[in-house]
Design a protein around this ligand. Structure first.
Ligand code: ATR
Length: 294
């Protein structure tokens, strides 16, 4: 694999957010550019919270920046400044990928597409399944969209703050009237209930360095699961996944979601879909970066 020189034709892409110091996105995109022989460079742009995002996008456009990822805290705030917003980004209420047009930028949400891919490559289909979402924030919204799109059989939203679960329920019901939705408290998950559930862990509980925490601690809950997905990738195996695995469920961590949100953005920008070897190589680079960071 040879590193391409930056020259007068190099297309510039990047990530805007605050902070951006620990981002793994340059590793994904610059490696894909090397692997696929595309003349692009991907850079971090520190855009502080509270910035005039209209001015930022105008400047980026004037400089000819071809596309950007958008991360915390701008995923929602950037939306009013876009020319078009894709259906999954609208449903998720957030944009994480921008594509340049003649006159501005279009917005996509590859967190949704990355989660979708991570579920699909685990051999799981949501169609007709009972799905429990733990959490009701941005990641849960992405998962809820997939439950509607893929026609899940039923959706349970369990969250610490009941009002946030109710709000997400109302949004899902408005978008997918045929999908039965119920809200629960986290404590409700410890009561006996339905089995053969797919769980998607969408809270920040268990995230490094608080790795000894899980949003549900009752082992009986995990016995009701066939598959457990975590959206956290640091640590690579969370306590939630360990408990689910111990109870006999198949488990998938968030690293694949991170990998595929990047690869989907790359695909939107270049039209090139990563093959298995490329995805595997980049995944091992991400694992190495995460190990280095401790
Ligand atoms: P993201 O975009 O990563 O989903 P978010 O929108 O801030 O982040 O959502 C975070 C989710 O984690 C929420 O569901 C939040 O619950 P609340 O709605 O009650 O805030 C959940 N969460 C965060 N910390 C938690 C904790 N200590 N215990 C339980 N749930 C927690």
């Amino acid at each position: 694999m040879e590193r391409r020189e930056i020259d007068g034709r190099t297309a510039v892409y990047g990530l805007m957010g605050d902070p951006v110091e620990h981002t793994l996105s340059p590793a994904i995109h610059n490696t894909m550019a090397e692997l696929t022989g595309v003349n692009l460079a991907y850079l971090p742009f520190h855009v502080p919270a509270g910035c005039d995002l209209g001015a930022v996008l105008k400047g980026a456009h004037a400089l000819g920046i071809m596309g950007m990822n958008v991360t915390v805290p701008h995923k929602k705030a950037v939306m009013p400044f876009l020319e078009r917003i894709s259906p999954e980004a609208r449903a998720a209420g957030a944009v994480n990928t921008l594509v340049r047009t003649e006159t501005g930028y279009e917005g996509y949400n590859t967190d949704v597409l990355g989660l979708s891919e991570n579920i699909a490559i685990s051999g799981v289909s949501l169609t007709g399944k009972k799905v429990v979402l733990i959490g009701a924030g941005g990641a849960a919204r992405a998962a809820a969209y997939l439950c509607g799109r893929d026609r899940a059989g039923a959706l349970y939203i369990a969250n610490r703050t009941p009002e946030n679960a109710e709000k997400l329920k109302e949004e899902v019901e408005a978008a997918w009237p045929d999908l039965p939705v119920r809200t629960l408290s986290l404590a409700d998950l410890s009561s006996p209930g339905e089995r053969d559930l797919i769980a998607v862990q969408c809270t920040s509980v268990g995230l490094y360095p608080a790795c000894d925490r899980a949003p549900v601690t009752d082992p009986a809950f995990y016995e009701r699961l066939t598959h457990a997905f975590d959206t956290i990738y640091r640590p690579e195996k969370t306590l939630f996944m360990e408990m689910a695995e111990k109870a006999g469920a198949d488990v998938t961590g968030g690293l694949g979601m991170l990998l595929w949100q990047g690869l989907k953005a790359y695909e939107i920008w270049t039209g090139i879909r990563a093959d298995q070897d490329q995805a595997g190589l980049i995944r091992s680079r991400l694992e190495a970066f995460l190990k280095e960071e401790g």
